[in-house]
Write a protein that binds this ligand. Structure first.
Ligand code: ZN
Length: 365
């Protein structure tokens, strides 16, 4: 990107943990700018972690850019979703199968909404991923975390992580802590007033994009004395004004790349992904006098039985009647013999989904 400095000078290096925030109205080119910040990090050897995007999977557009060529790519998916790429060699994992090493090993880690059964699953997965990042006390490779909807990031942190906090504090802590964990934040907020003064003091680079008719939030109106208000209202999508934490001020532009997802485009198809959705896992239901066996417990019964335990031993472990245990084994084996698979095991991604289970033996045919 090219920056013309008006007051002081503070060129972003993209090779140390920093906080980047974009502020602008819808369609002002914020998302493309975040991608550009990601590209700059990538070129300095960092991992791009692209977390929150629109429900139509805007951040999957990386997969058709030249930047993914010869790079290690990991897609995050939720439970009960099958993902396959017809064109790229890439890995697909659920958050449970991710370790800290993956942040060093991959060049791209992308969590896109179409790879989850629903928003809840997506929030859950990202909450857990951030928990993991908080354990990254030693690191060699910088991570550039892009979130195109920053408030979703705080939300998933509050709702689905192990931490006890509120949205405001989740945001503040993240701004302060992530730099110690080797993570740059590149964020966007849909709300015009979405970045309050406290967050701003922890933002290293605030990119101000076109503000439209609403104009600048109160704490930024001083920019009108440096730059033409009509330009701030209607600047081009590749232009920005830059406010730095240490006081530098400038304006600039960046190369507006053409692989960015456009409106109404079926990006999943365009990048050659095949996605299949399973059914939602069935949870145990409380029926008053008894509790039904949920999908997870069904898997447990299969694996305990296959490992050689008898109904009495399994009964001791799971506190289920031997009758319901044997019912489930029968149900499973009947399904496999009849239709080749057990639907419960398949949606819960169990290892015996296509196998007849006998006590102590797994039959492959
Ligand atoms: Zn089964």
């Amino acid at each position: 990107m090219k920056i013309i400095w008006r007051r002081d000078k503070d060129n972003p290096s993209f090779n140390k943990p920093s906080v980047y925030f974009t502020l602008g109205q819808i369609n002002s080119g914020k998302s493309t700018l975040l991608e550009h910040i990601g590209i700059n990090h990538l070129e300095k050897g960092a991992t791009v972690l692209d977390l929150f995007a629109s429900v139509d999977g805007e951040n999957l557009a990386w997969l058709r850019s030249d930047f993914v060529k010869n790079k290690e790519i990991l897609l995050l998916k939720g439970e009960n979703v099958d993902v396959e790429s017809k064109v790229l060699s890439l890995d697909v994992k659920t958050v449970e199968n991710i370790s800290l090493k993956d942040f060093e090993r991959y060049d791209f880690i992308i969590s896109a909404h179409p790879l989850f059964l629903n928003r809840e699953h997506e929030y859950y997965s990202i909450g857990k991923l951030i928990d993991l990042l908080y354990k990254r006390l030693k690191w060699n490779k910088l991570v550039c975390m892009i979130a195109r909807e920053a408030s979703s990031l705080w939300y998933s942190r509050v709702k689905y992580s192990d931490s006890q906090t509120d949205m405001k504090n989740a945001a503040l802590t993240m701004f302060k802590e992530m730099r110690h964990l080797g993570v740059s934040l590149a964020l966007d907020s849909l709300r015009l007033q979405g970045i309050d003064i406290e967050l701003r003091t922890h933002t290293d680079y605030l990119f101000v994009k076109s503000q439209g008719i609403d104009g600048l939030p109160d704490n930024l109106t001083f920019l009108y004395s440096f730059y033409d208000p009509s330009w701030i209202r209607s600047m081009k999508s590749w232009e920005f004004a830059l406010v730095c934490r240490k006081g530098a001020l400038g304006i600039g532009h960046f190369p507006y790349h053409d692989w960015h997802k456009v409106e109404r485009e079926d990006i999943v198809n365009k990048v050659g992904l095949r996605i299949e959705y399973g059914k939602e896992l069935e949870k145990p239901k409380d029926m008053g006098t008894f509790k039904t066996i949920g999908d997870k417990e069904h898997l447990e019964i299969m694996s305990l039985y296959a490992s050689g335990l008898g109904f009495n031993k399994i009964h001791e472990q799971l506190n289920r009647s031997t009758k319901s245990l044997s019912d489930h084994i029968h149900k499973h084996n009947n399904a496999v013999s009849r239709s080749g698979f057990c639907a419960i095991c398949r949606r819960a991604e169990g290892e015996y989904s296509q196998k007849v289970v006998k006590r102590g033996i797994v039959n492959n045919d």
